[in-house]
Write a protein of this length. Structure first.
Length: 352
């Protein structure tokens, strides 16, 4: 599988990728074969990176309602032309396949375009009306639904944290109906640094000190605890925690107050692999953050990996097409950043 790696410095950082496939890609042409595998942004530095993003050929910058509108409208348009353009854009960028979340999540235009990519007629119309209201135009159906506070595709990547767009359908989704036929499951990875400055990157740390990249108790007779908050711009649909160490329990919380142990019955001397899908059932309120707590008496923690699965709309992903692609990396970090951007894809020759 070919890969392309970049280390952007000053944004907007521009680079070019040429794919050698002679087949069109599924994301843009509707072909059954999809060459894109993943694209990722990893923070490999020591400071947080604010709102990192990549866009291919100037497409799919839908991070906010204003971003969406900027890509649809031009200053020369009349109000009637704006209405037509907004309606057409929403319908052309969602799959008309009957899938729906059944809880109004897709009524938010930012969520509809970036996370789901499908909606029933009610949510589609509500999302369209939200865009119309945002530019001072009257909604087509003012009595259908209520204005929503639109979502924003923003995030802060801490050191050791990665955002991954993936094109695989792993049947993990949010919604109260059947699994949608078209979705993508990407995610986030977080390997928290074990260092002498833990308060910067965790929610709480108590009775722990870092020595030689291992958490040790300051007082081995007293309980220690370590809490991390995981936050995603995409709806969370599962994940797992991998952790090495001794004499600790792992707990999950949706609000930071009520905690539930993550069960493990394996060898305590080996790294634990703890699935957390059970905390994110499809038919439950949509969630965009959760907490993980490690605690124990006289415990040691050697390594933590928190893997979060998310749902992503296929048409929103930074897809590479066959041939030449112009890619732009951007972020809103005020100082220097150290990031690694990687694209992975398959190539194949057209049949003769």
């Amino acid at each position: 599988m070919p890969e392309h790696e970049e280390h952007p410095d000053t944004p907007p950082y521009r680079y070019r990728i040429v794919t050698g496939s002679e087949q069109n890609d599924g994301a843009t042409s509707g072909d059954n074969w999809e060459p894109n595998v993943f694209a990722s942004i990893e923070n490999i530095g020591k400071e947080a990176v604010l709102d990192p993003w990549i866009a291919v050929d100037g497409k799919n910058n839908w991070r906010t309602t204003q971003d969406i509108l900027d890509g649809i409208l031009t200053p020369q348009m009349t109000d009637d032309e704006k209405i037509v353009a907004i309606r057409a854009f929403v319908r052309e960028h969602r799959y008309p396949i009957g899938d729906e979340t059944e809880d109004g999540e897709a009524a938010d235009p930012v969520k509809l375009l970036n996370i789901y990519g499908y909606a029933d007629e009610h949510d589609t119309q509500t999302a369209t009306d939200q865009l119309l209201r945002s530019v001072g135009l009257a909604p087509e159906y003012p009595d259908i639904g209520n204005p929503v506070d639109t979502h924003r595709m923003t995030l802060t990547l801490r050191p050791g944290e990665t955002l991954i767009w993936e094109w695989e359908h792993r049947e993990k989704f949010h919604g109260y109906g059947a699994c949608p036929s078209r979705l993508c499951n990407g995610g986030m990875l977080y390997t928290p640094p074990i260092n002498t400055d833990p308060e910067r990157w965790c929610e709480a740390v108590d009775n722990l000190s870092a020595f030689e990249s291992v958490w040790h108790p300051v007082d081995p007779t007293t309980e220690s605890s370590l809490v991390y908050l995981i936050r995603s711009p995409y709806v969370i649909v599962g994940g797992k925690i991998v952790v090495a160490g001794q004499a600790f329990t792992v707990e999950h919380s949706g609000d930071g107050n009520r905690w539930t142990p993550v069960p493990y019955d394996g060898d305590p001397e080996r790294p634990r692999i703890l699935p957390i899908d059970r905390f994110f059932p499809s038919a439950s309120p949509a969630r965009y953050e959760y907490f993980v707590r490690f605690r124990g008496v006289n415990c040691t923690i050697k390594r933590i990996l928190i893997e979060t699965d998310t749902q992503m709309a296929p048409l929103s992903l930074p897809a590479l097409k066959s041939g030449e692609n112009e890619v732009v990396y951007s972020d809103r970090t005020s100082g220097p950043r150290q990031v690694r951007v990687v694209h992975g894809w398959y190539e194949r020759l057209a049949s003769r």
